[in-house]
Design a protein around this ligand. Structure first.
Ligand code: 7RM
Length: 656
C-alpha cells in the first residue's frame, strides 16, 4: 500500500465535496468561483498578482513594474521596497492581533511556550540586534542548524529583518553535509543549539557544528550562536562561540525592519537533484512573501480564529513557507512541535490537537501511513472535533491513506487538501481550495489561480488526457525560485532546458511525471529523474553513490529507490568492492554508517547488495531500471538487449 500504483489510481473514482456550510464560510466558495478567479488570473497574471500585492501586503515603497521576465530569469515587483519580517510581525501590532498567539510551541519532553505577536516581535528585534553586533550586515549569509524550537523561527525572521539571507540546514544532516552547505553559501555566522530532541534521543547539534568547522572546514564562519536547549556538556570555543541567552540579555528590542528591494535574496535552501551536489535554491523577498501568503490563505482557507499546525521541520521548504512565513504574514496562530509519533508515544500528535484545539493540520503521507500502523485506537481516544481541514504534502498519497486520514482523523467532515509543490516553487502549485474543489483521493486536483500547468512530452507538446507525461509550468509565478546560488547556468539547464524552449516559450520542468484526467484533475505520479523520495525527503541517488564510493572499500555503487510501505521509497544500494576486499555483514554495517556520516540518517541505505559487477550498457551506463526491478523483487521487465554482459544480471538475480 505504499506508492499508489497506476492501477489503484485509475480505479479511484470517488469524489468528495465540501459541505455547504463549509463552502459558504470559505474564502473561495464554489468551483464556479474558483473557475472565475482562475480564468481572470490566466487572462492577466500580472494584474492578478498586482492587485493582491497591493491589498494583502505592506510596502515601504510601491513597485514600478510587476514582472520583468528575461527567460528563465524573473523579477517580480521591480523597484518595490518591502520587508517580510515587517509583514509577519510589525503590521499586526497595530491591530487586535498584538496580543494574539503568533507561535505556540510544544516541545519535548513536556515543555511548551506561547509567544504573542508583540512578544515574538520583541525577540526577533533583539536577535536582529545581536546579529548586527556580531557584524552581520545586509547581504551576509547566516547558517541555521536548529532543532524545532521557537528560536529557529526567531532567527529566520531576525535575518529577514536585517536583510541577511538565511540558509537553514536540516538538523538531521551530518557534519559533512552541514559543512558543504556552509561552504557553498559562504556563511558568516552559524546559529545552533547545544542539542535537540529527536524522538527520545538528543541530537548533538553543536558537536556537529564543531566537526564541520574543524580544520578551517568552513572558513567564512566567524561566530557561532548557541541556544541552550538540552543542557548536555558541550565545548565552547572562546571568541567564536557565544550563548544565545547571554547576548540576547540586555540588548535593545528596537530594530526597525530594513526596507529590502523586492528581489533581494531572502534565503537559500539546499535541495537534491539528479547530478552533483545539492543545489542552493534561491528565493527572494516580495514574490515569496505574496505567494506563501496567498496560497496558505486560500488553500487552507485560513481564518483569524484558526490554530494552524504544520508538522514539517523548519529545515525543509514546508517549514519555511508554511510554519513561519505564510502563517505569520497572515497573522495566524502557528503551532510548532518538537516531537514525533513513536512507539513510546503513538498518540502524541492527537494529544497536541486536543490540547490546543488545532483547526488545520498539515502533514505528509509517510506520517499518515506510520500512524495507520500504530492503530486507530490512538486518534479514536482523543477529541479531534476542532479539526476542520487536513493537508498533505511531500509525495503522492495512496488512496487508502487518504481515506483513513479523511475518516479516522477528519471524522469525514474535513476536506483533504493535497498540495503538490516543491522547494523550487516556493509554495503550493496544484491544490484543492477546500470550500470549492471536489476532491478525488490521490489527486492534487487543479492549479492554484495564476499557475498555468500542463502535462507534455519531451518536446513540450501537450499530451492527451490520461496519458502520462511531464509536469510543467508555462508562466512565471511570484514564488518561483530565482536561480541556483552561484550557478545560474545550472538553474537554466536543470529546470528550463530539459524540455527545450519552443519559439522563445520557456517551460518550467518540475522533474515529476503526471497525468490529467478527463475532468482536468492532475495526478502526480512521482519523480522521473534520479531523485528518490524517502519519507517525503528528496535524496539524489548520486549523492548516496558519492558517499559510498568515498569509502576506501568501495569501487562502484549504484543506488535506487525500493518501494517501502511506510517511507514510500527506501534507499537500496548495489556495491562492488575493491579487488582484495571481501563482502561481509560487518562491512555492510560500516558502509551504512559511513553514508550516515557523509549525509545524515535520512540517507541510510535500508539494504546494501554486494555484487561483482553492475549491469551496464555497452556505452558504460548503469542500467538503473534493471536495478529498480531487482530491488523491488520484481521480474526484470522490458528490454535488456542493450546490456553488455547478461551474466551480470543472472548473478544479481541469484543473490536475490
Ligand atoms: C514540498 C516538498 C518536491 C517533490 C515533488 C514531488 C513530491 C510533493 C507532492 C508530491 C505528489 C504531492 N518539496 N511531492 N508534494 N508528489 N503529490 N502532493 O515536498 O522539494 O522536498 O519535494 O516532492 O515529487 O517534485 S520538495
Amino acid at each position: 500500500m505504499s506508492q499508489p500504483t497506476i492501477e489503484s489510481i485509475l480505479q479511484e473514482k470517488r469524489v468528495f465535496s465540501p459541505s455547504s456550510e463549509f463552502s459558504q464560510a470559505a474564502h473561495i466558495k464554489s468551483l464556479q468561483e474558483y473557475q472565475q478567479v482562475y480564468d481572470r488570473a490566466k487572462a492577466d497574471p500580472e494584474k492578478f498578482w498586482e492587485e493582491l500585492a497591493a491589498s494583502e501586503l505592506h510596502w515601504f515603497q510601491k513597485w514600478d513594474k510587476v514582472l520583468d521576465w528575461q527567460p528563465p530569469f524573473a523579477q517580480w515587483f521591480v523597484g518595490g521596497k518591502i520587508n517580510i519580517s515587517y509583514n509577519c510581525l510589525d503590521r499586526h501590532l497595530t491591530t487586535w492581533r498584538r496580543n494574539k498567539a503568533a507561535l505556540i510551541w510544544e516541545g519535548e519532553p513536556g515543555d511548551s511556550r506561547t509567544l504573542t505577536y508583540a512578544q515574538l516581535h520583541r525577540e526577533v528585534c533583539q536577535f536582529a540586534n545581536v546579529l548586527k553586533q556580531l557584524g552581520v550586515k545586509k547581504g551576509d549569509r547566516v547558517g541555521l542548524y536548529m532543532p524545532m524550537i521557537p528560536e529557529a523561527a526567531i532567527a529566520m525572521l531576525a535575518c529577514a529583518r536585517i536583510g541577511a539571507p538565511h540558509t537553514v540546514i536540516f538538523g538531521g544532516f551530518s557534519a559533512e553535509a552541514l559543512k558543504d552547505r556552509l561552504v557553498d553559501a559562504e556563511a558568516k555566522l552559524v546559529v545552533t543549539a547545544d542539542g535537540g530532541w529527536r524522538k527520545d534521543k538528543i541530537v548533538p547539534l553543536k558537536e556537529q557544528v564543531d566537526k564541520a568547522l574543524a580544520n578551517n572546514g568552513a572558513p567564512t564562519v566567524e561566530n557561532v550562536l548557541v541556544v541552550k536547549r538540552t543542557a548536555q556538556e558541550i565545548t565552547m570555543e572562546p571568541g567564536r562561540d557565544h550563548w544565545w541567552h547571554d547576548l540576547q540579555a540586555g540588548v535593545s528590542g528596537d530594530c526597525p525592519a530594513e526596507p529590502m528591494d523586492s528581489e533581494d535574496m531572502l534565503f537559500i535552501l539546499y535541495t537534491s537533484g539528479t547530478t552533483g551536489k545539492p543545489k542552493g535554491v534561491v528565493h527572494t523577498t516580495a514574490g515569496y512573501n505574496l505567494y506563501t501568503h496567498m496560497t496558505l490563505k486560500w488553500a487552507f482557507d485560513l481564518k483569524d480564529t484558526d490554530v494552524y499546525w504544520c508538522t514539517a521541520d523548519v529545515g525543509w521548504i514546508t517549514g519555511h513557507s508554511y510554519i513561519v512565513y505564510g502563517p505569520l504574514s497572515n497573522g495566524a496562530t502557528t503551532l510548532m512541535y518538537e516531537g514525533a509519533p513513536r512507539p513510546s508515544n503513538p498518540g502524541c500528535l492527537w494529544d497536541v490537537v486536543e490540547k490546543y484545539g488545532v483547526n488545520i493540520f498539515y502533514t505528509a503521507p509517510t506520517a499518515i501511513r506510520a500512524l495507520i500502523k500504530m492503530g486507530e485506537e490512538h486518534p479514536n481516544a482523543r477529541d479531534l472535533s476542532s479539526l476542520r481541514i487536513l493537508g498533505t504534502v511531500g509525495e503522492p498519497i495512496n488512496p487508502e491513506a487518504w481515506i483513513w486520514y479523511h475518516r479516522i482523523i477528519g471524522g469525514e467532515r474535513c476536506p483533504i487538501v493535497d498540495t503538490w509543490w516543491q522547494t523550487e516553487t516556493g509554495g503550493f502549485m496544484i491544490t484543492p481550495l477546500p470550500g470549492a474543489t471536489p476532491t478525488k483521493p490521490g489527486s492534487a486536483t487543479f492549479p492554484f489561480p495564476g499557475i498555468i500547468a500542463d502535462i507534455v512530452d519531451l518536446e513540450g507538446n501537450p499530451v492527451e488526457d490520461n496519458q502520462g507525461g511531464y509536469l510543467v509550468v508555462k508562466h512565471p509565478w511570484p514564488g518561483m525560485m530565482r536561480t541556483v546560488y552561484g550557478n545560474p547556468e545550472r538553474f537554466r539547464r536543470t529546470y528550463w532546458e530539459h524540455i527545450p524552449p519552443k519559439d522563445g516559450k520557456y517551460l518550467y520542468f518540475a522533474g515529476d511525471g503526471a497525468r490529467k484526467d478527463e475532468d482536468g484533475y492532475f495526478w502526480v505520479m512521482g519523480r522521473v529523474d534520479d531523485v528518490i523520495n524517502v519519507s517525503g525527503h528528496r535524496l539524489g541517488t548520486m549523492e548516496v553513490e558519492s558517499a559510498l564510493v568515498s569509502h576506501p572499500a568501495v569501487a562502484e555503487a549504484a543506488v535506487v529507490g525500493k518501494p517501502d510501505e511506510v517511507k514510500g521509497e527506501d534507499v537500496f544500494a548495489f556495491v562492488t568492492l575493491e579487488g582484495s576486499i571481501d563482502a561481509s555483514e560487518e562491512l555492510e554495517k560500516e558502509l551504512k554508517k559511513h553514508v550516515v556520516g557523509e549525509i545524515g540518517a535520512i540517507a541510510r541505505p535500508g539494504e546494501i547488495r554486494f555484487t561483482d559487477a553492475l549491469p551496464k550498457t555497452r556505452s558504460g551506463k548503469i542500467m538503473r531500471r534493471l536495478l529498480r526491478n531487482l530491488a523491488a523483487g520484481e521480474e526484470v521487465a522490458g528490454d535488456t538487449s542493450t546490456l553488455e554482459d547478461r551474466s551480470v544480471l543472472d548473478k544479481l538475480r541469484g543473490g536475490a
